[in-house]
Each structure stands twice: as C-alpha cells, then as structure tokens.
Design a protein around this ligand. Structure first.
Ligand code: CO
Length: 195
C-alpha cells in the first residue's frame, strides 16, 4: 500500500459505501495511519491508497498525533454547513502543492465509526477544512477542482509536472496502466457491494 499521486485514476473513482468491517479492512486502516504519519498528514481518504471505499482516517489531536486522537470514519456525509473561509490547502496526493481554497467555516458531519455506531461531528476552522477535503476525495473530487482561475494559472506548471511524472512511471512499468488500475478498482468495488 502507498499513497497515490495525481493523476492516479483511483483519485477520480467515486468510492462505494463500506458495508462490512472485517479483519482485512482493519489491517488496511492500520497501514493507512502509518502512511499518514510518515508524511505528517492531517487526514487520509481510502481512495488515496487506491481503495475505492467511503472511509477516511484522521487524528483529531492535530498537535501531538496521539493514539487517543485516532479516528476512522465510514460513509461520512455533510449534513449542514455554515459560513465561508479562505485559506491555504494542500493534499498528500499532490506533495508540495499548496493554494488558497474557499471552504465552509463550519460543517456538521454524520458518519459511522468502525463499530458501526452513527456519530455526529461538528468541525470548525482547520478541522472543517480537513473534513470537506477528505469527504470530496470519497466522491472523486480533488482540491484542484476548487482552485480559483488565478490559482489554476499559477499552478499549471506544477500540475503538468505531476502528470508527466505519473505517465513516465507508467511507461517505465513502475505504475500499472490506467485500464488495469480501473479494473482493479472495479473489482474491489464489486467485492464490497456483494458483502
Ligand atoms: Co487530499
């Protein structure tokens, strides 16, 4: 498992609801935390590790990343939002890329935890930004989709660099062709739907 970078097809693949939490999924979640800590991320969505599931992880202790702060959320949705804010945002699938993105200042989220309990979360500020960003990952949306025209122009070179790097890795055989990746995602999706 590794964090995939833009324009990996998994990042554009709409994730399916998680219907079963088995041992394998718990292992995958554990590995996701390791990966998130390696790169000091605030949150990580399953599509970023090429798993097409509506699952995301966060550490609510955004200062110390203690074990007590670890959260896993399944099938989350934003049920209410309030206000707007503008601020710098980045994404683990775009290392080194940061731009101003407008978000709701406050969001209310409903999600399930790993034990299947429905939880309601209120988030403001940075946590709110994180939630909106991660939930969009589950819909195949990326923060670059929210760039202003100015931000898009300013980061055009950077984005085409990501694209070139990815295509080169595919040509070298380090990353599978898009069609193979999509087949894999579709298989995982169908497996989850059948359970
Ligand atoms: Co991201």
């Amino acid at each position: 498992m590794r964090i995939v970078e833009y324009p990996h097809p998994a990042l554009r693949y709409p994730a399916v609801p998680v219907k079963l939490v088995d041992k394998e999924l718990r292992l995958q979640v554990g590995r996701m935390f390791e990966l998130m800590y390696e790169v000091k991320g605030l949150g990580l969505a399953a599509p970023q590790v090429a798993l097409p599931y509506q699952l995301l992880i966060m550490n609510e202790d955004m200062e110390n990343f203690s074990e007590e702060g670890e959260r896993v959320y399944l099938n989350p949705r934003i049920v209410a939002q309030k206000g707007t804010m503008n601020g710098e945002e980045g994404c683990l699938s775009f290392p080194g890329l940061f731009a101003k993105v407008r978000r709701a200042r406050q969001v209310t989220i409903e999600a399930y935890d790993l034990s299947g309990e429905l939880v309601t979360i209120q988030a403001t500020g940075l946590a709110s930004r994180c939630w909106q960003h991660e939930i969009e990952h589950l819909q195949g949306k990326l923060f670059i989709d929210r760039f202003t025209t100015v931000a898009r122009i300013a980061n055009q070179r950077e984005l085409s660099y990501f694209e070139k790097k990815f295509r080169r890795a595919q040509e070298m055989g380090e990353i599978a062709p898009d069609a193979d990746i999509e087949k894999l995602l579709s298989n995982l999706e169908q497996e989850m739907a059948r359970t």
